[in-house]
Design a protein around this ligand. Sequence first.
Ligand SMILES: Nc1ncnc2c1ncn2[C@@H]1O[C@H](COP(=O)(O)OP(=O)(O)OP(=O)(O)O)[C@@H](O)[C@H]1O
Ligand SMILES: [Mg+2]
Length: 350
Amino acid sequence: MGIFDSPRATILLRPEVLDSDYIPEILPHREGLMREIASTISYSLDTGRSSNVFVVGPPGAGKTVAVKYILRELSSYSPLTFQVYINCWVYRTRHSIISHLARELKIPLPRRGVAPDEAYDRIFARINTHRGAVIVLDEVDRLSRGSDEVLYDFSRLHEFLDVPVVAVSIANTEDFVYRLDLRIQSALFSRKLTFEPYTVPQLKDILKERAKLALADGTYDDNVIGLCAAVGWKRGGDARVAISCLYEAAVLAEREGAERITVDHVRRAEGRAGSSLREGLDPRYVPIVEILEEKGELTVKELYNEYTKRAGKVTLRAFRNYISELEALGVIAVKRLNVKGHVRAVRLRF
Ligand SMILES: Nc1ncnc2c1ncn2[C@@H]1O[C@H](COP(=O)(O)OP(=O)(O)OP(=O)(O)O)[C@@H](O)[C@H]1O
Ligand SMILES: [Mg+2]
C-alpha cells in the first residue's frame, strides 16, 4: 500500500449518506407534513391560485430536507414548474436575491446591474413562460435587517404573474413574523406548519434508515443507535446532532481499527457531534466558537476582549448582537450571572 492510500473502510462504507446535505429516499415521521406541503403546491398548480406555506420548527427538525425532497419530486412531477431554493442566510439582501433569481432563470443581467423594477419585469416575464413557480425561502428570519422589502416584493408576486406561485418560507421561530407588514404576514405566513422536535423513538427510526445505507452490516447495534438518538434528543430533538454523533462514532471506530462501533465510541463522539452545526456559520462568528472551545465558559466582556485581539475591531454593541444570534441559533448558551443581568457568561452548547 502506498503512503497516500488509506486503508479500505470496513465500517463507514458510504460516509456521504451521513452528510448534512444528503437527501434520503425515506424521511421517517415527516410523511404527513410533506404530503401537506406537496398538496398545497399541486392544488395551486391545478387551480391556478397562488398560496403560501410557512414551515416552523427548531434546528434539526427536518425542515430543509423535507422541502428539498419535495422540490426533487416536483421536478419530475411537474417539470414545467419553475422552482428555486433560496437560503436567506446566504442571500441576505434584496439585491442578492434578485440576482440569484435572475441567474436561476437564466436571465442575463448586465454587470453594472439594473434597477430592481427592471430586473423584476424580466423575472416575471420569464416565470410566466412556466406552468407556475415554487419559491423556497429557507432561514427567512436571517435576512439582513432592512431587507424585509424583498418579502414585500414576494408578497405581491401573484399580482404580477399570470401563473400561480407558491411561497414556502422556513424559519426556526415565528417571532419575526409579527413585526412584518400585515400584508406580508397574510400573503406569505398565513398557513403555518409546525415541525416538532423529534422524540427518541423517532430519532432511532431516522438513524436506522441512515445507518443501513452508510454502515457495514453488523458494525453497530441497537445500543449504539439508541445512544445517538438520546444525544440528539438531549440537544433539542435534533436529527442533525443525532446523525453527526453516529458519523463521528463511526469515524472513531474506523480510525482505531475496531470491528464495530461501541457505546464507548459514541460517548467519546458526543462532544464532537455539534460541530456540523458550525459549518456554514457566518465567518464573523467562527472565532467566537474557537475561543469558547479553547477556554470554556467566559463572560461576554472577556470573550469580547479576546475576540477583538484575534479578529480585529468591532464595537461592543455589534458584538452583543453576534452573541444574541449565536444564542438564537442554539450554538451557545448564555447565563445571567447577576440579578440585573449585566454580567453574562457564555459557553458552547456542544
Ligand atoms: N425525518 C428525517 N429522516 C431522515 N433524515 C432526517 C429527517 N429529519 C432530519 N433529517 C436529517 O437531519 C439533518 C438536519 O435536518 P434539516 O437540515 O432538515 O433540519 P432543519 O429543520 O432544516 O434545521 P435548521 O433549522 O437548523 O436549518 C439532515 O441531515 C437531515 O437529512
Ligand atoms: Mg434548515
